[in-house]
Structure formats: structure tokens, C-alpha cells
Ligand binder design. Structure first.
Ligand SMILES: Cc1cc2nc3c(=O)[nH]c(=O)nc-3n(C[C@H](O)[C@H](O)[C@H](O)COP(=O)(O)OP(=O)(O)OC[C@H]3O[C@@H](n4cnc5c(N)ncnc54)[C@H](O)[C@@H]3O)c2cc1C
Length: 505
């Protein structure tokens, strides 16, 4: 089944200016000051890189070029997918081989050149695929969707799926340890990646491109690169275990009375659907009201309920899986765990149901700016964070849930406090939608949200990483000892600090 792309949950403060132009990160974060140790890129450096890459088209040169449109060519490389950050890089390099990456990094390290934009789109080959073991070996610049299509033709599936699949690269997925929609079923990349090749800042090539599932010979150092957000090296090749592609996908959608009932339904889903359960997603009533308000879609269920869940199964026998899902729904309805539900009859209906989950972030974006928190919390208390946050905002008199009322924006800036997410992974997306940016809202939210999560031993970043936004808050989820160990690793692998400076750690 082809699924439409999920729009992702942005984190924290909206930083777009009124005209829609993304503010420079250096303006949005004035406390980040350029480190004087780093050199500026010169014409001599550009000449060296041209020599390494051997082709003018492998480089976008905003340093020496006088072409009128060069700034436009570089602009997309300076902005992130959330349109939240904007850098000022003037040079983009597109290496085609690991050796070129190695020479570029070694040069940058020697010259103390930081923040060169490396784009691996020309490193995009499938190196090998074993149809028996399901092990795929590819260049890190392969687009996720391309890898998945290649596997689909061979009856297999990439064990990661997300809305960005048409543009993101497998190397980027590893670097961010992307979670996505198949995590409940296939686990995260720390489990599925078997090997990597990477280049360290000093140019050393780490050849750990193992295709073995078992290899207990010393520290498993490849894991350090997964989720490192490019801070200790550039991943150039990936070996990954790919499962058999499911032949049948079924989807059910249902309404529930409370979060407690959603938990009970999840327990039943795990027990009754077991090996075919592939997604269990949660949406609260506010999130669904906003999707309807923005899209005008017809609701899947007749009544209104405080909570909704979407269950997906992926298996090898469509009829059998459908019967199992229907029996599950009948059972949970007879036990009054679920109040009403529907099972998609075909792929089109399944996609329509998914839109009620995947459409939430986009719909929220239409009603104003959004403060976004992507957090992990032990399941029992997962939704409590939304309720406690909403209560605080209400107490402060900042909430007016009438979406049509824009007149009182200054007095009541918050239009919605919403919770949804990958319930099967205990991953909640807390979104606070605002009509206008208001410092009072930020003060209510932070550090309250982070402290709340810390008390429950949760994570302040479940799948979106640290980057610039969460760097300062790592202490809410990691002990001083862990942060110290991380800094030691950073210093060991990247002593000159040239890899993604000012971020992560
Ligand atoms: C529509 C949409 C939906 C999304 N849905 C999800 C989701 O469901 N779950 C989820 O977890 N995430 C989701 N994301 C975020 C997504 O995981 C990341 O955007 C993606 O994995 C990053 O890959 P990229 O190639 O775009 O990397 P980039 O954005 O180019 O880079 C991301 C980071 O990784 C580093 N990096 C990139 N390539 C390499 C490499 N080869 N070696 C070392 N470091 C590297 C960069 O320096 C940077 O720090 C979504 C994003 C979008 C746009």
C-alpha cells in the first residue's frame, strides 16, 4: 500500500518573520557567535576543491563566482525542511566517491574550515542486495524512496518509512536516527543497520561495512554514527537488514472515551494482532477537529469522541489479516474499550483514514504558529502532559479554542493544545497552536514541559534529535556523566570541532 507523506512536527519556537522569509539562524540565536578559530573559505580553497571533484558541476561556488543567480542556487542548501533555520554557507560540494569525501574533510580539518556544505546526491548507487538474507548495501546519498522502490521490485521493504522519503537520503536518515511510521514493526535503525562506512574529520575512512547480523568483537562503534547528526563523521555507505515486503496492509480507525481506554485498546491490539500489528497511532479530539476545520473532510465515524486511534496491520494474507482486524474491533467494542470503529475496505479508504493522522501537523500549521514538542514518556502518563500543559495555559487566561475568533488574538493567543503521536512507541507530539507569537506562551511552556518530562524519566526529543534547538536542554534527559562522555567522544573524533559546530553537544 502506498501511503501519503506525513508532515512532520516541528519543534519549539516558530522563527519565520511576518513576510514568510526565514530569519538567519545567526539572528534568531544571537548567542551563537562565529568561532574565531575557524577560517573563512578563500579562492584558494575553492581551487583545491575543484581539483578534488574534477568537475565544475560538482560544486556550487558562491565564493568566487560572479554568476547572477548563484545565491538562488545555494539558498536551498542553507535552509532546513522546517523552514526554521537559515545558514550563510557560500560553497556546496558534491563528491562522488568516499575518497573525495576523505580528501575534502582532511583539507577542512587542516585548514580549520567548518560548515562546508557537503551534498552526497552523486553518491547514489546500490552496491549489492542479497535476496535470501535481505541485506542491502548502498551509498549514503541514495534517496530513501529510491531504495524502497528498488527493494519493492525484489519483494522486500526498507525498514523505515517517513513523509520525507521522496527527498531525504539514507545517510541523513542514519545521521538523524529517523524513527517514522514503521518503527513499531521493524524497530529503529540501531537494530536494522548492520554496517557503515564513514569518513572521520581527519579524512580517515572507517570501513565497518559489515553485512553480518552477529558480530560480538569489541565495541559496536558504528552505533555512534547513528543519531550523531553529522557531528563525528560523514556516513558514506550503509548495510541494512531489509524485511520481506508485506503482501497485505489493513487499517482500522476508532473512537474512545479516554486515554485509559486507548491504552487498553493498545494492549488488546498487541495481544490479538501480535505479529501483524504495524502501527498504533493516537489522535485527540482537538487534533481531529482542527483537521476537519482546515480540510473539510467527512469524518470516518458518525459521533465525536475524546480520543481516536488508528491501527494498521501488515501481513502476508489479506483475507486472514482483515478477518483478524475485524474480530479485534468487534471484541474491543463488545468490551466497551472502543465506542465505535471502522475497517478500511480497500487501499483508498486506508489512505483516507491515514490522512486523519498524517494531516494533523499540516492542519495545525494552517491555523497559526505552533510550539512543537516531540517527546517520549512512559505510556501510562503519556497524555497527562497535554492535559497539564492545557491547564496551565487556561489558568493564565491565554486559551481561546474558538478557531474562528481572531479578534481576541492579543488577549488569548493560544487556539489549541493538541496531543497525538506514535502511541505504539510511547512517542507523543505535544503541539500548542498560537494565533500570534507571544512571549507569555513561551514562558508558560518552558521549562515546564522539559521539567515535567524529566520527572517521568522521559526524553525531551524522541525522534527529532538535538540540533541547535534542543542542545541547551539535553540535561533534562541525560545525566552530567552521559553529557561528559558524549563530549569526550566528540573531542576524540573531531578535535578541531569542524563537524556541525554550535549544535548537538
Ligand atoms: C515531510 C517529513 C516527514 C518526516 N517524518 C519523520 C518521521 O516520521 N520520523 C522522524 O524521525 N523524522 C521525520 N522527519 C525528519 C527526517 O527524519 C529527516 O528530515 C531525515 O531523516 C533527514 O535526512 P536528510 O537526508 O534530509 O538529511 P539532512 O536534512 O540533509 O541532514 C540532517 C542531519 O544529518 C546530517 N547528515 C546528513 N547526511 C549525513 C551523512 N551522510 N553523514 C553524516 N551526517 C549526515 C546533517 O549534517 C544534518 O545534521 C520528516 C521530515 C519531513 C520533511
Amino acid at each position: 500500500m502506498a501511503r501519503s507523506g506525513a508532515r512532520r512536527h516541528l519543534s519549539s519556537t516558530p522563527v519565520r518573520s511576518a513576510g514568510g522569509v526565514v530569519r538567519l539562524t545567526s539572528e534568531a540565536y544571537p548567542n551563537i557567535v562565529r568561532d574565531e578559530r575557524f577560517a573563512q573559505v578563500t579562492a584558494e580553497d575553492v581551487a583545491f576543491f575543484k581539483d578534488v571533484l574534477g568537475s565544475d558541476s560538482a560544486l556550487i561556488d558562491g565564493v568566487t563566482s560572479e554568476a547572477a543567480d548563484i545565491a538562488d542556487d545555494i539558498a536551498p542548501f542553507n535552509e532546513d525542511w522546517m523552514r526554521k533555520y537559515r545558514g550563510q554557507g557560500r560553497l556546496v560540494l558534491k563528491p562522488q566517491t568516499t575518497e573525495q569525501v576523505s580528501r575534502i574533510l582532511a583539507y577542512c580539518n587542516d585548514k580549520k574550515l567548518a560548515v562546508i556544505v557537503l551534498n552526497l546526491s552523486r553518491m547514489n548507487n546500490v552496491i549489492s542486495f542479497d535476496e535470501v538474507s535481505g541485506v542491502l548495501v548502498i551509498d549514503a546519498g541514495v534517496i530513501l524512496e529510491v531504495a524502497d522502490q528498488y527493494l519493492a521490485e525484489r519483494g522486500h521493504i526498507f525498514p523505515l518509512d517517513l513523509g520525507a522519503k521522496g527527498s531525504c537520503q539514507v545517510g541523513g536518515n542514519l545521521a538523524t536516527n529517523a524513527g517514522g511510521l514503521r518503527l513499531l514493526r521493524y524497530g529503529n535503525l540501531h537494530g536494522t543497520v548492520l554496517g557503515i562506512e564513514a569518513v572521520l574529520p581527519d579524512g580517515t575512512v572507517v570501513d565497518e561495512l559489515s553485512t553480518l547480523r552477529k558480530n560480538n568483537t569489541g565495541y559496536d562503534l558504528k552505533q555512534l554514527f547513528i543519531g550523531a547528526e553529522g557531528t563525528i563523521g560523514v556516513i558514506t555507505k550503509v548495510a541494512i537488514q531489509c524485511p520481506q515486503r508485506p503482501k497485505a496492509v489493513n487499517v482500522a480507525f476508532f473512537g474512545l472515551e479516554s486515554f485509559k481506554h486507548a491504552r487498553l485498546a493498545f494492549r488488546e491490539a498487541k495481544s490479538q494482532l501480535s505479529e501483524i500489528l504495524s502501527a498504533f497511532e493516537l489522535m485527540d479530539a482537538t487534533s481531529q477537529n482542527i483537521v476537519q476545520h482546515v480540510t473539510g473532510y467527512t469524518r470516518p465515524l458518525d459521533g465525536d469522541y475524546p480520543f481516536y486511534c488508528l491501527v494498521e496491520t501488515s501481513g502476508s494474507n489479506g483475507e486472514h489479516d482483515y478477518a483478524k482486524l475485524e474480530a479485534f474491533l468487534e471484541d474491543v467494542m463488545s468490551k466497551e474499550i472502543v465506542l465505535d470503529g471502522v475497517v478500511a475496505q480497500d487501499e483508498t479508504q486506508a489512505q483516507t483514514l491515514w490522512k486523519w493522522r498524517e494531516g494533523v501537523p499540516e492542519a495545525l500549521g494552517h491555523v497559526g504558529g505552533v510550539y512543537k514538542y516531540d517527546v517520549s514518556i512512559p505510556l501510562e502518563e503519556m497524555y497527562q502532559l497535554v492535559e497539564d500543559t492545557k491547564a496551565r495555559i487556561q489558568e493564565a487566561g491565554l486559551l481561546n479554542e474558538d478557531l474562528a475568533d481572531t479578534a481576541s488574538a492579543a488577549e488569548h493567543p493560544v487556539s489549541a493544545v493538541v496531543g497525538y503521536g506514535h502511541m505504539g512507541d510511547s512517542n507523543l507530539h505535544l503541539n500548542v497552536s498560537t494565533r500570534v507569537y507571544d512571549k507569555r506562551v513561551e514562558k508558560i511552556l518552558e521549562p515546564f514541559v522539559y521539567e515535567w518530562i524529566q520527572k517521568r524519566k522521559g526524553s525531551i526529543s524522541a525522534e527529532h534529535g538535538l540540533g541547535v534547538a534542543k542542545k541547551a536542554f539535553i540535561g533534562y534527559s541525560r545525566s552530567d556523566t552521559m553529557v561528559k562522555l558524549m563530549k569526550q567522544i566528540k573531542d576524540l573524533y573531531d578535535p578541531n570541532g569542524i563537524m556541525n559546530p554550535y549544535k548537538y553537544i
